[in-house]
Design a protein around this ligand. Structure first.
Ligand SMILES: Cc1cc2nc3c(=O)[nH]c(=O)nc-3n(C[C@H](O)[C@H](O)[C@H](O)COP(=O)(O)OP(=O)(O)OC[C@H]3O[C@@H](n4cnc5c(N)ncnc54)[C@H](O)[C@@H]3O)c2cc1C
Ligand SMILES: NC(=O)C1=CN([C@@H]2O[C@H](COP(=O)(O)OP(=O)(O)OC[C@H]3O[C@@H](n4cnc5c(N)ncnc54)[C@H](OP(=O)(O)O)[C@@H]3O)[C@@H](O)[C@H]2O)C=CC1
Ligand SMILES: CC(C)=CCC[C@@H](C)[C@H]1CC[C@H]2C3=C(CC[C@]12C)[C@@]1(C)CC[C@H](O)C[C@@H]1CC3
Length: 518
């Protein structure tokens, strides 16, 4: 029996329960009048700034200066005797996870957060070179009007290149192209010595190239990444297919996740309860061929939240087809922050609210994070689930059944991705590339018997047993030895030893474990 004690074991007093309830139900009183306008203002100003930078093309010159500054910081740290650990300066409230890093408190903060510009687009080599602070929203806004896109472009606007490479990234193009790390061609990095290096999959330097993904900035600082681009079209022709049993979902998703299929560019599924689900197959398209076909610009402010639209469609028909503007498709889960906004602004999907205030949505995730009151954090600590488990597709049925038994949060996000056999932390144990699926559970659970830490441990143990991986932005309770069972540390440890990282950076486990995050 698991007898470990956790913070969440102390039950809230009656008074705390009442305050939590009020804060949870009425948080919108702060979010709607304050955070929505602030988010809108911030996004507008940042967008104007980016357009100006592109116009004057100052980013490449500024990049050299910014990298020099990082090197100077590291030189000084070396001269001072390498006494502290190194971390990125990006403040905790800006990052895409629920937690704040405690490990940054006494560390030396290196200024990678000043690097947030697009450096170069080369359509002959079909690559884009970007700084690590560039976000998915910035990239899609820049590339799509020029006729290109990233093969894997994760949905939330504020995810950064640095986070998706040093953490990980997955999206509906992943069934064909793999994870975010698999579309990267080169990394420009600064080592703890201050040395600037460019590494790629070619034999010279490839071990460093393969060691960086998932390493959470514990080997070197990423200062730029060169990423593959592909041509795109104006629309995605999206076919929604209802599934009526879990078994049907698993069978169909397996058949549909065919990375060699000519007419499928995106695969994603939503499971709405134990039985009902929807598989969505997307294809790049120039638009409808006939007048009967529907264009649905789902990103517009007055449109229903995407996941509710999907559920409505499958409640009416077994199969439907729509044409969605490409950028609207990529950011389909942004407006409702997957399904998190329903708890924060409960009337956010109401038609009147959408028409009047929808254009201000969504609130910036970073602002929500920075302003989460402590009382609410306690409630979230006890009953908010935020987990992405990456498991072989063949285990999907038992995994969803386990999620249903343990957390019972719907919709569940199901995103198949191709996992290449490659060196690095995500190395496959049986040396064969195969189709995996991300099972994502986001939201507050009311499941009886749910215990934030113990339930997560149950899920973690299951994931290890099927050679799966847990996304490291989420709460991780497994001990270090289990982490080393889940992830292959061979290359990582070798690189850390030979590149002088041991005294320079925290160990990866010390960055991701629950104890070192608030
Ligand atoms: C591109 C690249 C370049 C590299 N270059 C170098 C280099 O130049 N120099 C260097 O030192 N390292 C290098 N490494 C790191 C290298 O992966 C590690 O040093 C690793 O320990 C080498 O082990 P291996 O390849 O023999 O076994 P692996 O391929 O790591 O072993 C596969 C699995 O078998 C197990 N295993 C291996 N041998 C045994 C055994 N005898 N008994 C039981 N289990 C076993 C391992 O634990 C592992 O789970 C490089 C790695 C990469 C990816
Ligand atoms: N669809 C998807 O795939 C989604 C993914 N996510 C997760 O969110 C995270 C990304 O969020 P984001 O806010 O962008 O990133 P974060 O700032 O959270 O960074 C994630 C990790 O990467 C490290 N890192 C970031 N930039 C650099 C750099 N330039 N050099 C070295 N290390 C770096 C950070 O180090 P340090 O701790 O020192 O700051 C941190 O450990 C990822 O972990 C991803 O898995 C979340 C939602 C959706
Ligand atoms: C698609 C994948 C792989 C992951 C999606 C994860 C997101 C749903 C979460 C990442 C950061 C989370 C935060 C919140 C909701 C869920 C995420 C966006 C909050 C906005 C929830 C409310 C809190 O007060 C603040 C949280 C900040 C982080």
């Amino acid at each position: 029996m698991d007898i470990e004690k956790y913070e969440e074991d102390v039950p809230p007093t009656r008074w705390e329960n009442i305050v939590e309830f009020i804060m949870f139900r009425f948080r919108w009183l702060f979010v709607v009048p304050f955070l929505l306008p602030l988010s809108f203002l911030f996004n507008t100003v940042f967008d104007i700034r980016n357009r100006l930078i592109h116009l004057v093309n100052s980013a490449p010159n500024a990049h050299v200066r910014k990298v020099n500054y990082i090197q100077e910081q590291l030189k000084e740290w070396n001269e001072n005797g390498r006494k502290t650990k190194l971390v990125n300066a990006r403040p905790g409230w800006l990052t895409m996870s629920f937690r704040f890093p405690l490990y940054k408190e006494n560390a030396t903060k290196i200024a990678t957060d000043k690097l947030f510009d697009i450096l170069e687009l080369d359509v002959e080599r079909m690559i884009i070179k970007v700084e690590p602070g560039v976000t998915m929203g910035q990239i899609s806004r820049y590339l799509i009007p020029r006729g290109y896109t990233l093969p894997v472009l994760p949905e939330l606007d504020d995810l950064t290149i640095g986070g998706l490479i040093n953490g990980c990234g997955v999206e509906s193009g992943s069934f064909r192209h793999g994870m975010f790390q698999h579309i990267c061609e080169q990394f420009e990095v600064v080592m703890s010595s201050g040395e600037l290096r460019t590494v790629g999959p070619d034999p010279e330097g490839n071990s460093l190239f393969y060691a960086i993904p998932w390493s959470q900035g514990t080997i070197c600082f990423l200062t730029a990444a060169t990423i593959k681009i592909i041509p795109c079209k104006k629309y995605v022709k999206l076919t929604y297919k209802k599934t009526s049993t879990l078994n049907e979902m698993c069978q169909s998703l397996t058949t549909d996740s065919d990375r060699f299929a000519d007419n499928v560019d995106f695969v994603e599924a939503l499971q709405f309860d134990k039985n009902k689900g929807c598989i969505m197959l997307g294809e790049f398209s120039d638009g409808p061929d006939t007048d009967d076909e529907v264009i649905n610009p789902i990103g517009r402010w007055y449109k229903k939240w995407f996941y509710t639209h999907v559920e409505d469609l499958i409640n009416k028909r077994q199969q439907s087809v729509e044409y969605i503007p490409l950028r609207d498709y990529y950011h389909r889960h942004s407006r409702s922050i997957f399904w998190e906004l329903r708890d924060i602004v409960p009337f956010g999907n109401n038609i009147i609210f959408r028409y009047l205030m929808g254009w201000l949505c969504p609130p910036k995730i970073a602002f929500l994070k920075a302003t989460t009151p402590n009382v609410l954090r306690k409630l979230y600590d006890r009953s908010h689930v935020l987990q992405d488990m990456l498991i072989p597709l063949e285990n999907l049925e038992e995994c969803v059944t386990l999620f249903d038994e343990e957390v019972e949060i719907y919709p569940l996000w199901l995103c198949p991705f191709y996992l290449k056999y490659q060196p690095g932390l995500m190395r496959l144990k049986n040396a064969t590339s195969k189709m995996y699926v991300d099972v994502g559970a986001y939201g507050v659970t009311t499941k009886k018997g749910y215990h934030h830490a113990r339930t997560t441990r149950v899920l973690e143990k299951y994931v290890i047993s099927v050679n799966g991986f847990q996304m490291t932005y989420a709460d991780i309770y497994m001990p270090k030895a289990e982490y080393a069972e889940m992830f292959d540390r061979t290359l990582y440890d070798w690189k850390r030893t030979t590149e002088g990282c041991l005294d320079a950076f925290p160990d990866i486990y010390d960055k991701i474990c629950r104890n070192n995050r608030r």
